[in-house]
Design a protein around this ligand. Sequence first.
Ligand code: CA
Length: 219
Amino acid sequence: MRLLLVEDDAMIGEAVLQVLRTEHYAVDWVRDGAMADAALRSEQYDLVLLDLGLPQRDGLEVLRALRSRHASVPVLVATARDAVGDRIAGLDAGADDYLVKPYDTDELLARIRALLRRSGGRGEPVFEHKGVSLNPATREAMVQGQPVSLSAREWSVLEALLARPGALLSRAQLEEKLFSWKDDISSNAVEVYVHGLRKKLGNDFIQTVRGLGYLVPRA
Ligand code: CA
């Protein structure tokens, strides 16, 4: 999953970036409203963590511009403790949820998981499909009831495919979810992760559609 972190405070930004990377999210971090706006116009994110008090362009402005483009990416707003007005304005401008600073990182992660679940159209917290299950909260993967160890990126590929069984994801779409701006992408990275997953899940779990991409067959 690819996240955009918008935070001008260097200490908070560093800390949150570390937490999110430890959870294996691919994260781009921008420190002002203009950069946030540019990033949101050029990349497809799965979620945005948006501070409201920003240099260049206010967070609310960035949010309103995003929603005016009919982008449905979930937005989690971070506000100051006493700023009830900001929270209301944020929600009314199109934010999906908010956190009050300073926030607990476990709560941050749980809210991110909840928003990703909702935006994926799922109610259930665990992905389950044909004997394979993924639990984003515990990061446990099981195959036919047996725990299996996945690398961070194998996990991300599988999670993206399981989010919409039957839907085709191109290599470029998978790369977008796997890598932030800082990462070097080797040209066959996705193939390598799919190969690794097939060894662990069985050859037929992920299907290659030649020249187009990958999917997890529905039935
Ligand atoms: Ca700020």
